[in-house]
Design a protein around this ligand. Structure first.
Ligand code: MTE
Length: 323
C-alpha cells in the first residue's frame, strides 16, 4: 500500500503532486487493500471498515511536513494497527468496537460551536475552521494511560492559532471540549458508561502551546471515523484520553472544566494527565509501556519525551497532587 511519507525536502520544494486530492485517490486504493491485510492475532476475524472520507476536505491542498521539533524519527505504527485498536467509548468499550461501528458516524457536514470567553463566538463549519491554516504533518508519540503507545503521523492545525481567531478575552483561563452526542451515530452512548458528552479540557497556556493540534487526518489520509473524525485534539505530552475525538463544542472559560475521566474516577485520572513514569496510576505503574507491534516493553519518557518543550508549563507543580 502506498502511503504518504513526510518528504525530507523543504516544503517550498514540494510539488503540487502531493496534494490532498491525490492522496485521497491513493487512500481509495489503499482502503481496499486495508481490508485484505492480515491483522495481528487479537484482531483476526474483525471486519476492517475503511475510513469514510468527508468531501468537506476535498478542496484541501498539500500538507506541509512540520519542523523537526514536531516529528519523532521513531518507527511509525502501521496504519492498520492505529485504525483498528482504538479507545472511543461512544462506539463501544472493546478496542475493536470503534472500527466495527465507525460506519455509523457521519462526519459531514460538521460544525463546531466556539463560545464563552471569546470576542467572536459562533458556530463555524469545518471547512471555514480549517481554511486560514496550512495543514501540517506532526509525527507524535501517543501514550495511552493503559500503558501502550503508538507513533502516529497526524495531519492537523495548531490549536492555539485556531483559538486566537475567536479572540479569547483576558478571563479565558481554560478551554473545554465536547464530543458529539447522538446515540444513533455513536451507539455506545445508549449506555451510561460515561456521563455523555465526553468532555476534556486544557489550561489556556497548554492549549496555546505549539505542540497541541486539532487533527483532521493521519498517515496522509482523512481521519478515520474510529480515530475521531472529522476533528480531534492531539496533545502528545498527555495521556491519550486527553485527545478528545469528534469535537463539536469548544468553550473558553475562567474556571477549570469538568472532564469525563476525572469525573468518573477522580483518584485514577486527573485533569492534567501529563505522562509521567514516576507517578503511578493507583492500580499500575506508568514506568514502562508497550509500543503496539513490539513485545519488549520500553521505558516511558517524562512528558512522553516532550519535557524540553513543555516542562516549563508545570514548574513548581507537584505532579503527585496535580496529576
Ligand atoms: N474521545 C472520545 N470522544 N471518546 C473516547 O472514548 N478515548 C480517548 C481518546 N479520545 C476517547 C476519546 C483515549 S482513552 C485514547 S487512548 C485516545 O482517544 C485513543 O485515540 P486513537 O483511537 O486514535 O488511538
Amino acid at each position: 500500500m502506498r502511503m504518504f511519507r513526510p518528504p525530507s525536502i523543504p516544503s517550498s520544494e514540494i510539488t503540487s503532486e502531493t496534494t490532498w486530492l491525490r492522496r485521497r485517490e491513493l487512500l481509495a486504493q489503499g482502503a481496499g487493500l486495508a481490508a485484505l491485510v492480515t491483522l495481528p492475532g487479537c484482531f483476526a476475524g474483525q471486519e476492517s471498515h475503511a475510513a469514510t472520507e468527508p468531501s468537506t476536505l476535498r478542496a484541501l491542498e498539500g500538507v506541509t511536513p512540520a519542523p523537526r521539533r514536531f516529528r519523532t524519527e521513531e518507527a511509525q505504527t502501521p496504519f492498520e494497527d492505529a485504525s483498528t485498536y482504538n479507545n472511543f467509548y461512544e462506539m463501544g468499550t472493546d478496542k475493536g468496537d470503534p472500527v466495527r461501528n465507525a460506519h455509523r458516524l457521519r462526519p459531514e457536514p460538521w460544525s463546531v460551536v466556539v463560545e464563552g470567553e471569546v470576542g467572536k463566538p459562533g458556530r463555524i463549519g469545518l471547512e471555514d475552521l480549517l481554511a486560514p491554516h496550512a495543514l501540517e504533518e506532526r509525527i507524535y508519540r501517543l501514550r495511552c494511560v493503559e500503558a501502550w503507545s503508538m507513533v502516529i503521523p497526524w495531519v492537523g492545525i495548531p490549536l492555539g492559532a485556531v483559538l486566537a481567531r475567536f479572540e479569547p478575552t483576558s478571563r479565558a483561563k481554560f478551554v473545554a471540549f465536547e464530543t458529539l452526542v447522538d446515540p444513533e451515530q455513536l451507539p455506545g452512548q445508549k449506555r451510561q458508561i460515561l456521563d455523555w458528552p465526553y468532555r476534556e479540557g486544557l489550561r489556556m497556556d497548554e492549549a496555546m502551546h505549539p505542540l497541541a493540534i486539532l487533527a483532521v487526518g493521519m498517515y496522509g489520509r482523512v481521519l478515520p471515523n474510529q480515530n475521531g473524525a472529522p476533528l480531534r485534539l492531539v496533545v502528545p505530552w498527555k495521556y491519550g484520553f486527553k485527545s478528545i475525538k469528534s469535537i463539536v463544542r469548544i468553550r473558553l472559560q475562567a474556571e477549570r472544566p469538568e472532564t469525563s475521566w476525572s469525573q468518573s474516577a477522580p483518584r485514577e485520572y486527573g485533569f492534567f494527565a501529563n505522562v509521567n513514569p514516576e507517578v503511578s496510576h493507583p492500580r499500575w505503574s506508568q514506568a514502562r509501556e508497550r509500543r503496539i507491534g513490539e513485545w519488549r516493553k520500553r521505558p516511558t519518557l517524562m512528558l512522553n519525551g516532550y519535557a524540553e518543550q513543555v516542562g516549563h508549563l508545570y514548574k513548581g507543580m507537584d505532579p503527585k497532587k496535580l496529576y
